[in-house]
Design a protein around this ligand. Structure first.
Ligand code: FAD
Length: 364
């Protein structure tokens, strides 16, 4: 391990909404972007995972409930009852980092975070392809988009049609006139099914019956629950957690699918055949493509050199922030899901987690 090129207080790995919120509070704590803390992001352009999502994606909450700390998301107001588009979010995040002059360095993929044995004050080394930074604290905010989850079913290798994951899907046109199976019971599956079913013959399969929010309830309900949980835990009361993160919000396209009668979920098939899918009772459905909207896992590959034990794919976290790695106190994990803070994998939910993280860093 060579000497590090740059020494800073904090390195933030990832400049999606979680990294940006953390940077907002670091700056507010008096740390200067580019000097006291450095943000590294693997992508070519701002916006975290959002530019890589499908073109027709709609947020499940109105703009006013999808804001990062400090600056509200500008209103989004069109005939769709206020659910902002993907591009609106990308634009907001781009302007957010400009507004606070966060000086994100990109494209800079962090290959490894490791303990700096040669550092007298016990710093961490953060290595990209061509340089190493040394930091007192590292905030990992790399999201989940880089680790799509594919379940395993018999016959997956034999199926001759196309298989893709949420991360590969862009526009419905490529499926015009085809027969398509959409797998998964969350918002991604529902929205993708809704738009593909306008041009293709679709079957929707889920492992459990999908849960739909009432038409007049949207993603705001999530944050209300999250806040209630934070308050309950602070007062030492039990709280069952964030109910409904996987519940389907009836955005206009999904309502349209319901009106057309295509929003009907079948039980999960048991295997793939050469030309389609098959259920345990012998029913088969021929199809051209299968879209796996089956979720994500945290993108934590860069942390491997730290040798942290994981539990169910998560790094155990502790401390008052709820984001400090239990077995490596110089490392914080922000924005990955409820295990790093209630609703912290959402735009409006990540702020409190980022604030608590910076408070912990400032105190140490
Ligand atoms: P990301 O946005 O993934 O950003 C992580 C950044 O880290 C990326 O820029 C990536 O390039 C970079 N990175 C990764 N690895 C490295 C590395 N090793 N080195 C350097 N950089 C790295 N939330 C809502 O609030 N409302 C919604 O309506 C909503 N809809 C959603 C719909 C879909 C389909 C999905 C998948 C999520 C949705 N979410 C929604 C959830 C949530 O807002 C996103 O998952 C969000 O992108 C998570 O932000 P993040 O900053 O943690 O990660």
């Amino acid at each position: 391990r060579g000497a590090s090129d740059v020494e800073v207080d904090v390195v933030v790995v990832g400049a999606g909404q979680a990294g940006l919120s953390t940077a907002f509070y670091l700056r507010r704590a008096g740390l200067v972007p580019g000097r006291d803390f450095v943000m590294l992001d693997a992508a070519e352009r701002p916006g975290g995972a959002w530019p890589r999502t499908w073109d027709g994606l709609r947020l499940f909450s109105p703009a006013g409930f999808s804001s990062l700390p400090g600056w509200m998301m500008p209103p989004w107001d069109d005939a769709t009852r206020g659910f902002p588009t993907r591009d609106h979010v990308v634009d907001y995040l781009t302007r957010y980092e400009e507004r606070y002059d966060l000086r994100v360095q990109r494209p800079q993929r962090v290959e490894s975070v490791s303990r700096a044995d040669d550092s007298p004050d016990g710093r961490l080394h953060v290595a990209t392809g061509d340089r190493t930074l040394s930091a007192r604290h590292v905030v990992s905010a790399t999201g989940t988009w880089d680790r799509p989850f594919w379940p395993v079913y018999p016959g997956m290798r034999d199926f001759v049609g196309r298989q893709l994951h949420t991360v590969d899907y862009r526009v419905p046109d490529a499926f015009a006139g085809q027969r398509v199976v959409v797998v998964g019971g969350g918002n991604s599956a529902a929205q993708i099914l809704a738009e593909i079913s306008t041009v293709a013959d679709t079957t929707w399969v889920t492992t459990r019956p999908p849960r739909f929010l009432p038409d007049d309830v949207d993603g705001r309900a999530l944050f209300t629950t999250a806040r209630a949980r934070i308050e309950a835990l602070a007062e030492g009361r039990e709280h069952s957690g964030v109910a409904g993160l996987g519940d389907i919000v009836m955005v206009p396209s999904v309502k349209g699918a319901r009106d057309r009668g295509v929003l009907r979920a079948e039980p999960m098939f048991s295997r793939l055949t050469l030309g389609g899918v098959a259920w345990g009772d012998g029913t088969e459905w021929e199809c051209d493509a299968i879209i796996w909207c089956t979720g994500f896992r945290p993108a934590l590959r860069h942390l491997r050199p730290l040798g942290l034990r994981t539990v169910g794919g998560h790094v155990p976290v502790a401390g008052p922030s709820g984001t400090q790695a239990r077995d490596e106190p110089r490392l914080y994990l922000v924005g990955y899901g409820d295990w790093t803070g209630p609703a912290s994998a959402t735009l409006a939910g990540v702020g409190p987690s980022a604030r608590a993280t910076v408070a912990a860093i400032a105190e140490s």
